[in-house]
Design a protein around this ligand. Structure first.
Ligand SMILES: [Zn+2]
Length: 325
């Protein structure tokens, strides 16, 4: 028996990041001293932490920016550990976009240690965060990790509009030569998301009020539920993060009782979580497991969830169809 196998995951990740930073310090860094404004003719080099945000940045930046998304489609951001190549990309960036609200704790460590020249933009700035009280936090560690707030703001289209405004302002400030383009792209994107928001409300209105109840893998739909009038019955992991350990047999039993009491015909798996747990819970509760929702990541290219707009429309259609029963 060794002590190392008992180290909490968090400490292991700090150790891994430290090793990676030491590796980076040995690399040649042609961009390390680059100004934040791109050279003439060069696209602005921007980094987005995860796929949903990357899509919004592409919408606003268009061909004036070169976007690198670190955490790609279908990949779980909660359990992400940066690779050396990701940190090299961050070193060379003019602007780094992050969700914030505790979603990317590894970025704090990177900016503290490597002190890159990039502007660091938190796109959830200006959104009123949902808070989790201590009773609902799975553990003190989880509450601390998330700063006690829910990071999943993008599931409300109104919040995506705020994010787009923040992206526009940051790009205009970093690259004023293309300000007109960023402003026009943002205006068009905001109009699309206003339509999306109205469309979601129309779809949800077709679902009887007592059917607007969600059971998912982890607690990712709080903003969606608040915005569009759903109730979260429960989640398999009982947590705002997918890092929570599997639930006990007792927890699953309680959730199955809640599903029965709610009378929902279906529960939902997520594209960033193993569906086996939800399959088992659906079987035990005697309800359908609906087609998988896009939650903390976009779907792969060619899938309905390959863009933010597509992911939202796909989720809403899946939810409404499944809960109509
Ligand atoms: Zn999540």
């Amino acid at each position: 028996m060794t002590q190392f196998t008992r180290l909490p995951r968090f400490n292991y990740r700090i150790a891994a990041l430290t090793a990676v930073l030491a590796f980076i310090a040995m690399l040649p860094m042609p961009n390390a001293l680059a100004a934040q404004t791109p050279a003439a003719g060069e696209p602005l080099h921007v980094v987005a932490s995860f796929s949903v945000l990357g899509d919004l940045v592409k919408d606003v930046g268009g061909d004036a920016v070169q976007v690198t998304t670190l955490i790609g489609p279908g990949v779980d951001a909660h359990t992400y550990d940066p690779a050396p190549s990701d940190l090299v990309v961050l070193e060379g960036a003019d602007v780094v976009f992050e969700n914030g609200l505790g979603f990317e704790p590894w970025l704090d460590r990177f900016f503290e240690s490597a002190q890159p020249s990039a502007a660091r933009i938190v796109v959830s700035e200006g959104i009123t965060p949902r808070t989790i009280d201590d009773e609902t936090a799975e553990s003190a560690q989880e509450a601390q990790q998330h700063g006690g707030v829910d990071p999943h703001v993008w599931h409300d289209a109104a919040n995506a509009i705020v994010m787009v405004g923040n992206i526009r302002d940051a790009l205009v400030s970093a690259d004023p030569a293309h300000a007109d383009r960023y402003e026009a792209n943002a205006t068009a994107t905001i109009a699309r998301f206003q339509e999306l928001d109205a469309w979601i409300r129309e779809q949800v209105a077709t679902l009887p009020q007592d059917r607007r109840k969600l059971v998912t893998s982890h607690d990712t739909f709080g903003y969606f539920a608040d915005a569009y009038g759903f109730e979260i019955i429960g989640t398999a992991l009982g947590s705002l993060s997918t890092e929570a350990g599997d639930p006990s047999a007792r927890d699953i039993g309680l959730l199955v009782e809640e599903i029965a009491a709610a009378g929902v015909p279906a529960i939902f798996a997520e594209n960033v979580a193993n569906p086996d747990l939800m399959t088992a819970i659906a079987a035990e509760a005697g309800v359908q497991l609906a087609p998988t929702l896009y939650t903390d990541a976009l779907g792969p290219p060619g899938s309905p969830g390959e863009t933010y707009d597509g992911m939202m429309r796909s989720n809403v259609m899946t939810i409404v169809d499944a809960l109509k029963g």
